[in-house]
Design a protein around this ligand. Structure first.
Ligand code: ADP
Ligand code: MG
Length: 239
């Protein structure tokens, strides 16, 4: 079977520090994978390697069967949403959504079609003429998701997209991300240190510690049959 994303024996060192060690992970098409672990365990580093924002020290990354280990980020067929919104402050929401497509010289009607579809899905149509400074945190994060959505990619990468939001917004957007996945049915790799997010969103959870995956299983199994004390302690303790 061809996987949506395959990670083969991936290692990454920052100087002498081994941040990821011989990591392997196969993700099926349409699967929602959560990378869960405490701060500093290497979640963002792994995601950035998949996105092509960091060069790996060793190993390979395949997306839809193609070896993308040394491909440019824009050629990998992925969209990424970060914890901080990373919107262009001087541009309207509409411009923020369309900018990347315009740079790629996409046809104007196709750009408009995609912006319309993404803003409908995320319910941000009333905000299209506003600037980021005129938006709430939750609205900004919707726009950030929209920017990944307009690219029509197979694989979405999320790096703690809800961490900067208050509890109520966090749970609202969690539900929305779940709905988005049910609608789009694309592959999602979602980084968090929040156990609740992991248990409610994931098809499978990869529990990480010091750059190594400790257990990879569905939420029920992780919760009820942790393979070691680390996993049991981490998933059992409140965030
Ligand atoms: P997480 O996202 O799980 O909190 P990170 O992937 O950001 O963890 O970081 C993993 C480890 O790599 C940490 O020990 C961090 O200090 C280190 N690290 C991250 N980025 C760099 C960098 N650019 N240079 C050196 N060390 C880094
Ligand atoms: Mg991180």
């Amino acid at each position: 079977m061809q996987h949506s994303v395959s990670i083969r024996d991936l290692s990454l060192n920052f100087g002498h520090v081994k941040v990821l060690e011989h990591l392997n992970l196969d993700i099926a098409e349409g699967e929602f994978i959560v990378l869960l672990g405490p701060s500093g365990c290497g979640k963002s580093t792994l995601l950035n390697c998949i996105a092509g924002l960091l060069d790996v020290s060793d190993g390979q990354i395949f997306i839809n069967g193609k070896n993308v280990t040394w491909e440019e980020p824009k050629d990998r067929g992925i969209g990424m949403v970060f914890q901080s919104y990373a919107l262009y402050p001087q541009m309207t929401v509409e411009r923020n959504l369309s900018f990347g497509l315009r740079v790629a010289r996409m046809q104007k009607d196709e750009v408009e079609r995609r912006v319309k579809r993404a803003s409908e899905i995320l319910q941000i149509e009333p905000l299209l003429k506003r600037k980021p400074v005129e938006l709430s945190g939750g609205q900004r994060q919707r726009v950030a998701i929209g920017r990944a959505l307009v690219r029509d990619v197979d694989v979405f990468l999320f790096d703690e997209p809800l961490s900067n939001l208050d509890a109520k917004l966090r749970s609202d957007l969690r539900v929305e991300i779940k709905r988005l996945h049910q609608r789009l049915k694309n592959t999602m790799i979602y980084v968090t240190h929040d156990q609740i997010e992991a248990l409610t969103l994931a098809d499978r959870i990869a529990i990480m510690k010091n750059g190594v995956i400790q257990q990879l299983a569905d939420p029920h199994t992780i919760y009820n049959k942790p393979t070691n004390l680390y996993v049991a302690g981490f998933i059992g303790s409140p965030s």
